[in-house]
Ligand binder design. Structure first.
Ligand code: ZN
Length: 506
């Protein structure tokens, strides 16, 4: 029986992954997803052997993906102000790593065409009933044998909103009093992204990260202390997560895993091992859609089912989330915070310096492992000038992403001088691991998401929830409260954004 279950998962996963990958490709190729290049304020370190990104304007065009990005480049006074070194005629990714893993898969073998290699078994599986003593107040580990996929929505599809569970979560969001802005969802589809959303891109009040990198004080985009790396991996658990876990164990490293609810259904034992190995678990939606394209109710369904399946497998519920593709605006923020989830992004210095390794696209052949390492080298160069720490986008979904992490990026990071402190996001924020879960957070040092929203002015005045309006009214909002709360934020960030834009163009 066990074999049959595993065999069915083996059969099903490639299709599920393919569906998810399609979404990645569509959005990442067409949205404003600039890749990492040197910021204008840094120079490559010759001692590291990094010779910098050598990019033609054409290469930049191809890297950033769409017309918006090209025009933003064109508006700058000079391309050379955006890079540390003069542009050359040909893109030549170059990098030099301080250290690699002696057992690393050779770079030449890490590509879209590589055969699937054997995965390592989990070092240990968690026995149901085990109490996670490292988390005061956490309940015993549930029995995953009792997890019934039929009790959850279809995998890798946006869950329906008419289930009793989703209706209850919709009501709970309303009851928080959080003001959810009435933005229309952004346009999805083949021509989605910034190019097909010019009106939304122009709405400063939307604060849409995808098209402009806007963040709010409630977003976590970096670690406060210089040289602290908030290590994160997205999209798992997967077949290859165990290989990553083995390496992390070997090096005594802990990470944050932003997990997809559908993958948790497929690999609950891996999630339990991550959790019991004292890695942090965060929410990464049920089916991995770009959240700004969904209705409020669909966003609630995506986050709610992922919270639920994680709690059913671990006994606790994360209080951090990462939006797929980083696709977040004030509507998604407000809903996430109302559901107790604080958004965690990745570091973004400027439109052309986001801390995205682009490791995900090696599997599809859209990028090369050499380019991923070049991106990593560029991130390191940008880190050198930062007064705070950083968070990088990486994935544990594909063998290629795990191989580049365990064979190259992590060994190089461990050899970095000065030393990085590599740790989960919750730890780099100087919080206890127990602060990372709704049930174990004692609220003494880490106010829950709802409090954070109140502090950021995202809620209406505290008052008793207004019970029982029609369901169509559930998420309609008090316009005045929105204008007051988000307007205040927008004013502050508008000024900051202008200053930042000015900085980034000189
Ligand atoms: Zn993802």
């Amino acid at each position: 029986m066990k074999y049959l279950i595993q065999a069915s998962l083996l059969t099903a996963l490639p299709a599920l992954v393919a569906a998810q990958q399609d979404l990645h490709i569509r959005v990442e190729n067409e949205d404003f997803r600039p890749r990492q290049i040197f910021s204008s304020v840094t120079t490559p370190s010759s001692t590291k052997g990094l010779t910098g990104v050598i990019s033609t304007p054409a290469a930049l065009t191809s890297a950033v993906g769409d017309g918006n990005a090209v025009s933003s480049l064109s508006r700058s006074s000079s391309h050379t102000t955006l890079t540390a070194e003069p542009l050359a005629t040909t893109p030549v990714p170059t990098f030099h790593l301080q250290s690699t893993n002696p057992t690393a898969v050779p770079l030449a073998s890490i590509n879209a065409a590589q055969p699937s290699l054997a995965t390592k078994p989990l070092d240990s599986t968690v026995v149901a009933g085990t109490v996670p003593t490292f988390l005061p107040g956490a309940p015993a580990i549930p029995n995953v044998a009792l997890l019934k996929p039929s009790n959850y929505p279809a995998l890798d599809k946006i869950p329906p909103i008419d289930s009793p569970e989703v209706q209850r979560w919709i009501q709970e969001v309303k009851d928080t009093g959080i003001a959810v802005p009435e933005f229309t969802p952004t346009n999805p589809g083949y021509l989605g992204g910034c190019l097909n959303n010019s009106a939304s891109v122009g709405e400063d009040s939307r604060c849409w990260w995808t098209c402009g990198g806007c963040t709010r004080p409630t977003d976590i985009s970096d670690c406060p202390t210089a040289l602290d790396w908030g290590l994160t991996y997205d999209d798992g658990p997967s077949f290859y997560t165990s290989n990553l876990l083995a390496y992390l164990d070997q090096e005594n490293l802990k990470s944050t895993f932003f997990v997809v609810g559908s993958r948790v259904i497929s690999f609950p034992a891996i999630l339990q091992t991550e959790y019991m190995s004292q890695h942090q678990i965060g929410v990464h939606t049920w089916s991995h859609p770009p959240l700004t394209t969904l209705t409020n109710e669909q966003i609630i369904a995506e986050l709610g089912w992922t919270k639920k399946v994680i709690k059913d497998v671990l006994g606790v519920t994360p209080n951090m989330m990462r939006p797929p593709f980083g696709d977040i605006d004030d509507r998604v923020r407000a809903i996430s915070l109302a559901m107790g989830l604080i958004p965690v992004m990745w570091t973004r210095i400027s439109p052309l310096a986001t801390f995205d390794t682009d490791d995900f696209n090696v599997h599809s052949g859209a990028t090369s492992v050499e380019q991923v390492l070049q991106n990593w080298g560029n991130i390191l160069s940008n880190v050198a000038s930062r007064s705070s720490g950083f968070i990088v986008l990486e994935h544990d979904l594909f063998e290629q992403t795990v191989e580049v992490a365990t064979g190259y990026i992590l060994p190089d990071a461990l050899a970095h001088k000065p030393r990085f402190t590599i740790q989960p996001v919750i730890s780099c924020l100087k919080k206890k691991m127990s602060d990372a879960y709704i049930e174990t957070n004692d609220n003494s040092t880490n106010p829950p998401a709802l409090s954070a929203a109140v502090n950021a002015g995202l809620t209406k005045e505290t008052k008793a929830p207004t019970p029982k309006k029609s369901s169509s009214d559930l998420l309609l909002l008090d316009q005045r409260a929105i204008l007051m709360s988000l307007g205040t934020l927008a004013m502050g960030f508008g000024v900051g954004g202008l200053a930042f834009l000015r900085f980034s163009l000189v």
